[in-house]
Design a protein around this ligand. Structure first.
Ligand code: GUN
Ligand code: ZN
Length: 437
């Protein structure tokens, strides 16, 4: 067992409904045996109870639950930064030409490696990732995640229209390739499979039915897609599904909207859609950097919360601008501020909740990861700024852990991440570590 001594913070309950959701210990400790948290609390109390356990001193930073990124595209890592285009033009000119390269296994392997390293080194320990349209590239992603030790939910992206021919498949092939991938990877170690039609715009009813068939054949699969992101996209979906009352209904008709469904963006929802999402427990993955970058709009968080819709956070790389969940949290805060009276101002506790526990619950992993409660996997990120950095100056002066947490969201970057654990195992350790204590 190891006793990690650190200032730790976590949100074991819902920070939107429980005003006391944020729990922290300024001089705290987390006792870890093998993969799991045995106990967390004040250092003095745990030390007295476990006087002989090996202790590691991690003071001088913040120990947080590992981040959960609930919307990120693996084949878009290398095209981050395609600024200045709205969604459909960006897909045509930037994203899809890159995604077409993933039929090449050597290329896919290189990016899969970069992708897992990028997530982990930013403190993300669990991700729901859009895979590739090519089954071979999805194989490669799962294999790399397993090697890296990442908790990953992912699947083959399927489409049968309006992208480019090399990214199209048929419902029959999608079903067949999905089956093969699911049998090999779903439930293996820390890996799960998510059925992933790209969006209704690029998926016919027959394709959505093939997705539903897979969901029916295997238990515990997750489902993910996009929804209500951009006006032109929504208009096209309306014309492709003339009988559908709204975007959500295109997924609902096939039975794809459940408490294991994560729909990205949802910037422009109808009330009916929010009512259904709230009633069934489907999650909206809010991707604030992408929404701002592609000019998609300002996410109506308050309306989601009022309808009881679960909300999590996603980086949406490469529409988004990087892998840091600090940056997403900050942009989520900016977005609500810009909405003025219609916004839902976010506290540091709510930012932490959105980037950790809310994501774990969205993925049906709330019993396994997302906070430091007894029995949870020890998935953690140690944020310890380098001496001389702005954040280290703020940490030195911060009036308590909650202010330090707010500063972490305001200025934290990948450079401030010192160490990352998944299931008790250290997956990342920053080089040239200098302690500020
Ligand atoms: N809708 C369909 N595909 C995509 C994508 O790759 N990124 C974003 N942001 N929206 C999409
Ligand atoms: Zn996306």
């Amino acid at each position: 067992m190891t006793l990690y001594r650190a200032t730790f913070l976590h949100t074991p309950t819902n920070a939107f409904t429980d005003p006391d959701a944020l729990r922290f210990e300024e001089d705290g400790a987390v006792l870890v045996r093998d993969e799991l948290v045995v106990q967390s609390g004040p250092y003095a109390a745990l030390r007295a109870e476990y006087p002989h356990e090996l202790a590691e001193d991690l003071r001088g930073g913040l120990l947080l639950p590992g981040f959960v990124d609930t919307h990120v595209h693996y084949p878009q890592l290398r095209i981050i930064g395609g600024l200045g285009l709205p969604l459909l033009d960006w897909l045509d000119q930037v994203a899809l030409p890159e995604e077409a390269r993933f039929g090449n296994i050597v290329y896919a392997e290189a990016v899969a490696h970069e992708f897992c390293r990028a997530l982990i080194s930013n403190g993300t320990t669990t991700a729901l990732a859009f895979g590739s349209h090519f089954a071979v590239a999805v194989e490669v992603l799962f294999a790399e995640a397993e090697r890296a030790g990442l908790r990953l939910v992912a699947g083959q992206v399927v489409s049968d229209r309006l992208l480019r021919p090399e990214l199209h498949t048929t419902p029959e092939i999608a079903h067949q390739e999905g089956k093969t991938l699911i049998e090999r990877w779903h439930g293996r170690g820390k890996l799960l499979y998510a059925v992933t039609p790209r969006f209704s715009l690029s998926a016919s009813e027959a394709m959505l039915d093939a997705c539903a068939a897979l969901m029916g054949e295997y238990p515990e699969l997750r489902f993910t897609s996009h929804i209500n992101e951009n006006e032109r996209e929504m208009q096209t979906v309306r014309s492709l599904f003339p009988g559908a009352p709204d975007y959500l209904s295109t997924y609902e008709r096939a039975g794809l909207v459940t408490n294991r469904s994560v729909l990205a963006h949802d910037i422009h929802p109808q009330d009916r859609e929010l009512e259904v999402m709230g009633a069934v427990g489907c999650t909206a993955a809010h991707c604030p950097c992408s929404n701002a970058s592609l000019g998609s709009g300002l996410f109506p968080l308050r309306r989601h919360l009022e309808h009881g819709v679960r909300v999590s956070l996603g980086s949406d790389v490469g529409g988004g601008t990087g892998f840091s969940m600090f940056k997403e949290g900050l942009q989520a805060h900016f977005t609500q501020q810009l909405l003025g009276a219609q916004g839902a101002a976010l506290s540091p506790a709510q930012l932490l909740y959105l980037s950790t526990r809310a994501g774990a619950e969205a993925l049906g992993l709330g019993e396994i990861t997302g906070d430091f409660s007894d029995g949870m996997a020890f998935d953690a990120v140690l944020l310890r700024p380098q001496a001389g950095s702005v954040l280290s100056a703020v940490f030195g002066r911060a009036e308590g852990p909650e202010r330090a947490l707010a500063a972490a969201f305001a200025t934290g970057t990948q450079a401030d991440v010192e160490r990352v654990w998944v299931g008790g195992e250290t997956l990342y350790q920053r080089e040239n570590t200098t302690s500020i204590v």
